[in-house]
Design a protein around this ligand. Structure first.
Ligand code: IYR
Length: 225
């Protein structure tokens, strides 16, 4: 096969060039801000504008991906009827998870977080963003497009999304009801798209609480050689 031509290269349009001192100061500020990010299960029903959700999704879609195939799709749900339907289906799966499917060890690991099958945040948060991974792409002609590193790519896009939500001062929760194919059914997605995770997005409730967990220290998660 003849090798396709490489795309033209254009200049990199990002050269802020800060000094080391500026970088360190900025990274310290960022670290303090990131340390405040928590998975929050208590949402206010205060509305969040659609434009903001669209910008957040574009931020997620700016993530790197295998061969730039962008193997993701985002469904943003604000319809109360759909949110209630998703909550009902998620709670049915979660009830089975907590009462039958989860191993003793898994339940023991979850106990400190105080989670259970009830998921009121799914109907209270103003938005649910459901992230889908695309196992392969589909051209208009019906031809399949190969996708690479799908989980890594969609994980990166989800990380961008969570980070941007926090940066704005809003909150989210990485929710992975298991199994979650009910989301594809309710939202009528094609068979090349599989649910990856669900992020409720909104303002935290005034009286929101979070479990008092700790993150591993730098020494535990890294070394410098
Ligand atoms: N999907 C369940 C259980 C759950 C699993 C893990 I791993 C968590 O970090 C938290 C919860 C639920 O959402 O409750």
């Amino acid at each position: 096969m003849k090798k396709p031509e490489a795309l033209e290269h254009i200049p990199l349009d990002y050269h802020p060039n800060p000094s080391s001192e500026e970088l360190i100061a900025h990274s310290e500020q960022m670290l303090q801000a990131y340390r405040k990010r928590r998975s929050c299960r208590f949402f206010s029903d205060k509305d969040v504008p659609e434009e903001l959700i669209q910008n957040l999704i574009e931020i997620a879609g700016s993530a790197p991906s295998g061969a730039n195939k962008q193997p993701w799709y985002f469904v943003a749900v604000r319809s109360q009827e759909l949110k209630d339907k998703i909550r009902e289906a998620a709670e049915a799966e979660e009830k089975l998870f907590y009462e039958e499917r989860a191993t003793e060890e898994w339940l023991k690991d979850l106990a400190p977080l105080g989670t259970d099958w009830e998921k009121p945040f799914l109907s209270i948060a103003p938005w649910l963003i459901i992230v889908f991974k695309e196992l392969y792409g589909q051209e208009e002609s019906g031809e399949k497009v190969k996708h690479y590193y799908v989980n890594e790519s969609v994980g990166l896009a989800s990380g961008f999304l969570i980070s941007a939500i926090h940066h704005l001062g809003l909150t989210t929760l990485t929710h992975t009801p298991s199994p979650m194919n009910f989301l594809a059914n309710i939202l009528g997605r094609p068979s090349n798209q599989k649910p990856f995770l669900l992020l409720p997005v909104g303002y935290p409730a005034e009286d929101a609480t979070v479990p008092n967990i700790e993150k591993k220290g730098l020494d535990e998660i890294s070394e410098i050689l």
